[in-house]
Design a protein around this ligand. Structure first.
Ligand code: ADP
Ligand code: MG
Length: 374
């Protein structure tokens, strides 16, 4: 092999991606998980999960480490056979008690966390690897088109070790989309990248996914990433789906206290509900019917405490303030509330320690759950 093949052309801007809109389109498929259960050594990795990924939809599977996300993806891909339940593609069973279609016959693309490129293959050969049904010239031309889209054309003769993490990620994405999978399964694809790079790779990946039109199930443990990428978010905990909905539904109507906490910080105040409302120092907060006359936890997002000029707003004293630029994070003591509260105050100003400020409650950022729900 010619060692010069490993050289990188000079003046190559490795940060820019290829022309938008140029990724090859696919025929998306619908992916259905039908009551999937999978147990490892007595541990319920996945427990009775049903989920329907619509044509061309992007669902983010979101949950803490160990909750069963990877297992669910491996089952969809056919790398793992489910112990109970069925997997369907466009309504056709591909895994179940009596049937098991192997991964290579499912037209499902995979991009795993450790997306390792083959070190002994050139970038072009890495991308063309899955195209063995095509003749060599066609495979190379398809692979080149995918590399162009991710802005990595100039590297086609290079070997993986000369690429940075972000560049390898782009090649892995090209490799995942080049066979035009109907469904793409991505397992924490951005977790190895640093924050700044992650945002740009994420945005471009999203536009590549939209261009291909493939249905996509993307695993993440980062709520902000899920909010940004997803048509719908499937929140998973201890092997089960606890909530499935649009980013707005999940953020604004979390089903339980842990889901709420997973998406943001909260001030949590123990209270008692009586006659359909909860008397707080900020005034009455409505209570869900099922929680009337009960001990409750009132959860207030820092964004739910806003500055107000109204006389009825509650006066508080600034204990500490941190400046973020377009907002400040302020610790405030209030009479009638035992613990100081954290407020996220919009605007470029910042209150000083010891200032008196008036705060009212934005009920969009307030949730009420039964006390002891955790
Ligand atoms: P996540 O991807 O959400 O971090 P996983 O699906 O990898 O979670 O794992 C779910 C649970 O199943 C964990 O408790 C994990 O330890 C266990 N598990 C996963 N794979 C195996 C395996 N091959 N053998 C035994 N236990 C496993
Ligand atoms: Mg995992």
């Amino acid at each position: 092999m010619n060692p010069l093949d490993d050289s990188i052309p000079e003046n190559q801007d490795s940060s820019s991606w290829g022309p938008r809109g140029s990724a090859a389109a696919t025929f998306p498929a619908r992916l259905t998980f039908d009551h999937i259960t999978h147990v490892f050594k007595g541990v319920d990795a996945v427990n009775d999960v049903s989920l329907d990924l619509a044509l061309g939809e992007i669902i983010c599977l979101l949950g803490p480490s160990g909750c069963g996300k990877t297992t669910l993806l491996r089952i969809a891909a056919g790398v793992e056979r489910p112990q109970k339940g069925r997997i369907l593609l466009n309504g056709e069973e591909v895994a179940g008690p009596n049937i098991f279609v192997p991964p290579e016959k499912r037209n499902v693309g995979l991009m795993f966390q450790d997306f390792a490129l083959f070190p002994h293959l050139s970038i072009l050969d890495n991308v063309a690897f899955g195209l063995n049904a095509l003749d060599q010239a066609t495979a190379a031309s398809e692979a080149r088109a995918a590399l162009r889209r991710v802005g990595m054309s100039a590297y086609e003769k290079a070997y993986p070790h000369v690429l940075s993490g972000g560049e390898q990620q782009r090649v892995a994405l090209a490799r995942a989309i080049v066979p035009r999978p109907s469904v793409l399964l991505m397992d924490e694809p951005f977790s190895g990248l640093d924050q700044r790079l992650r945002e740009s790779v994420r945005d471009e990946t999203l536009s590549v996914l939209r261009e291909t039109g493939a249905s996509c199930l993307l695993v993440t443990h980062d709520p902000a990433e899920a909010m940004w990428m997803a048509d719908r978010i499937a929140v998973m905990r201890s092997g089960q789906l606890v909530q499935v909905g649009t980013p707005q539904q999940v953020y604004c109507h979390p089903v339980d206290i842990d889901t709420a906490r997973f998406f943001s910080e909260f001030n949590e105040i123990p209270c008692v509900s009586r006659g359909g409302k909860i008397a707080t120092a900020f005034g009455n907060v409505p209570t869900p019917a099922r929680l009337s006359d009960a001990a409750v936890t009132v959860m207030i997002r820092p964004q739910g405490l806003t500055r107000s000029k109204s006389k009825s707003a509650l006066e508080g004293f600034v204990l500490d303030a941190r400046y973020l630029g377009d907002a400040s994070v302020v610790k405030i003591a209030f009479e009638g509330i035992e613990q100081p509260l954290m407020a996220h105050l919009a605007g470029t100003g910042i209150p000083a320690k010891g200032d008196s400020i008036r705060i009212s409650l934005d009920l969009d950022h307030v949730f009420v759950f039964a006390a002891g729900d955790t």
